[in-house]
Design a protein around this ligand. Structure first.
Ligand code: URA
Length: 228
């Protein structure tokens, strides 16, 4: 999005943005008569801008089949950011991530480590539901990637949980199977990433629940290690 459009969004939402005079008129400001440090307009980003962009997004074909976008939900200053694959039917209907049965189990997994959904920020690689819950296409992932990167920059979480194979492979840019990605911390833009089983998979394979607990324990340990 170009800066002019970005600033229009901000204005429409009643948010005041200070713009250096030179960049509004295309000429050098003669004097500097203010105390604030200069912020290049290109560095301006905010939740309001990002949410507006996502909800109006037409970057890929999923905009024609979605009911609504699913931006993500939770604490915007969370230590924990959870990234799933893409909205399913319930999420598409409600505009919220992980609200179906898998979401209920995810809530329980969080509760097991004394977290609530309000403590964490939950989002997906894709902000729109793929028809019939098919796997995301590479071009959709590519076109949606910027939104996830900006969410991460705004939150600055201490840890990212990659929920399920698709989220893990996308974040870590690898084709390795989930079984090889689990059990050790990785990184996404310098934030540690721990890979966990998708709760939809755990619902089908209850025997793996013990491994889910191991993944969560690894995430807690990774945060502790990083805090020194
Ligand atoms: N599965 C996901 O990966 N994300 C959701 O939001 C719901 C189900």
């Amino acid at each position: 999005m170009d800066n002019a459009l970005r600033l229009q969004y901000l204005e429409a939402m009643g948010i005041d943005v200070w713009v250096p005079r030179a960049s509004t008129h295309g000429e050098q400001a003669a004097t500097i008569d203010h105390a604030e440090p200069e912020t290049p307009a290109s560095a301006i980003d905010s939740w309001a801008i990002l949410e507006a962009e996502v909800s109006n997004c037409t970057r890929c074909g999923l905009c024609t089949t979605r009911t609504q976008t699913v931006f993500g939900a939770g604490n915007k200053q969370a230590d924990w950011m959870l990234v799933g694959e893409a909205p399913g039917q319930h999420e598409d209907e409600q505009g919220l991530p992980f609200v179906g049965n898998a979401g209920l189990l995810l809530t329980e997994m969080l509760r097991a480590i004394s977290l609530t959904r309000e403590d964490v920020f939950i989002t997906n690689i894709l902000k729109c539901r793929p028809p019939n819950n098919r796997d995301p296409h590479a071009d959709e992932v590519e076109l949606c990637n910027n939104y996830l990167q900006r969410q991460q920059r705004l939150i600055q979480p201490k840890i990212i949980l990659a929920v399920g194979r698709i989220a893990a492979q996308t974040l870590l840019k690898t084709d390795e199977p989930l079984s090889r990605l689990r059990g050790k911390p990785h990184a996404f833009n310098n934030t540690p990433v721990v890979v966990v089983y998708h709760p939809a998979y755990l619902l089908r394979s209850l025997l793996e629940k013990r491994k889910a607990w191991q993944d969560l324990t690894l995430a807690i340990q990774t945060i502790k290690n990083n805090e020194g």
